[in-house]
Design a protein around this ligand. Structure first.
Ligand code: SAH
Length: 374
């Protein structure tokens, strides 16, 4: 039988933690730590300092054209580039919104798998929303990616390259607002980052290490969003990388969360919140609670009160997301008056709350809908 690489559609409540094995993506500089980089250039018969030179071209100059690598002998540039910075992905579609300051790219990876990334430029920052897996195994019924199942894990370089490509567009002045830099990265594209744990942690190092080892971003500008894989949250707290943890809660009670975020059948609301508070205590970072407001599903006043009660007094902030309806779904965003009341009750309960802006909604947000349509 021919493997077309199509994941089988998950059944209700079904979870996939192990990604299917597929052909490995090409190895890339951004996959490698310091020792790996030294080995890779040694294998090419080159002195160790060449690794730093290529690292500066890739991470600091964002220069993907080896003809500009003038500190490397011209005769060696092409072969070094082919080995250390092979092409990882090609854009399939680019959609823009908000006068060009929101840009979403659908990428095709070496094996045909599709992923999305989104660049969002605000007056004071630029956020890249990246994918950590092609598809997702967590099967949340309101999420377009969850409905398609898990295709495979991304490699570290495939994650980093999404950020670098946005950084290149900004540096080249292709985004309205003049030349700029990526200040923030959120792991809120396709996939469950903590189900691809080692790869994602390596990507966090590549994003935060100073050039030539990485992009030199501040960990404070990076957010890892998770359905709540409790052992992995505990592990992430110990990595010494003070990134922000976003927990996709979506319901304050187990009965509803079991259906909205099926992994809740394994780790309950109280367990996942305990892990989040531990994360906040260890990293001193305020945890973000993601809550997609779904009309008449999770937006009742009593649920707002219960949520406030569970969060009160903690180092936490609630990010309410008006549901972005997926095609064919029976669910839609809450009524404005119910959203207002939900906010009011959280505030009255002493919990900091914001409603996420709906950037890029007309280009299908960052919810896997572009890949689903393709
Ligand atoms: N798997 C991770 C990260 C990817 S999703 C996680 O679940 O946290 C990023 C955020 O978008 C999550 O909070 C997710 O629940 C939310 N989301 C997914 N589909 C959505 C939709 N249709 N409308 C609003 N938010 C959605």
């Amino acid at each position: 039988m021919t493997d077309l690489g199509m994941p089988s559609r998950p059944k209700p409540g079904e979870l996939t933690f192990e990604a299917p094995r597929r052909g490995k993506p090409p190895r890339h500089l951004a996959d490698l730590d310091a020792a790996g980089r030294r080995e890779a250039v040694a294998a090419l018969g080159l002195p160790a300092f060449r690794a730093d030179q290529v690292g500066r071209h890739y991470f600091a100059r964002l220069a993907d054209d080896p003809s500009t690598w003038t500190d490397i002998p011209a005769a060696q540039r092409e072969s070094i580039a082919a080995t250390l910075t092979p092409p990882l992905m090609t854009p399939v579609r680019e959609l823009t919104a908000d006068a060009g300051t929101t840009r979403k790219t659908l990428w095709r990876l070496h094996d045909g798998a599709l992923v999305e990334s989104v660049l969002m430029r605000y007056p004071d920052r630029v956020t890249m929303c990246v994918s950590s897996q092609a598809g997702c195994g967590m099967n949340c019924p309101f999420c377009a990616t969850g409905q398609a199942g898990l295709t495979r894990n991304l490699s570290t370089a495939e994650i980093v390259e999404q950020v670098v490509s946005g950084a290149r567009q900004l540096a080249a002045g292709q985004v309205p607002g003049g030349p700029g830099r990526v200040s923030n990265v959120v792991f809120m594209g396709m996939g469950e980052p903590l189900a691809n744990y080692n790869v994602v942690v390596a990507a966090l190092h590549r994003l935060t290490d100073e050039p030539p080892a990485g992009l030199g971003m501040s960990a404070r500008g990076i957010t890892v969003s998770t359905v709540g894989l409790v052992p992995r949250i505990r592990q992430l707290a110990q990595e010494g990388l003070p990134v922000t943890l976003a927990l996709s809660l979506h319901a304050p009670d187990d009965e509803l969360r079991d259906t909205l975020v099926p992994v809740n059948t394994r780790w309950k609301v109280s367990e996942v919140l305990d892990a989040a508070w531990e994360y906040a205590a260890t990293t001193k970072r305020r945890v973000s609670i993601e809550y997609a407001l779904i009309k008449d599903v999770n937006d009742q006043a009593w649920r707002a009160d219960l949520l406030a009660k569970r969060l009160r007094g903690k180092l936490v902030h609630v990010n309410l997301i008006p549901l972005n309806p997926t095609p064919g779904s029976k669910w839609t965003a809450s009524r404005p008056e119910d959203e207002r009341e939900f906010v009011r009750r959280l505030e009255a309960g002493g919990v900091a709350v914001t409603v996420r802006d709906t950037r890029g909604r007309e280009i299908d947000g960052a919810c896997g809908q572009l890949a689903a349509a393709e």
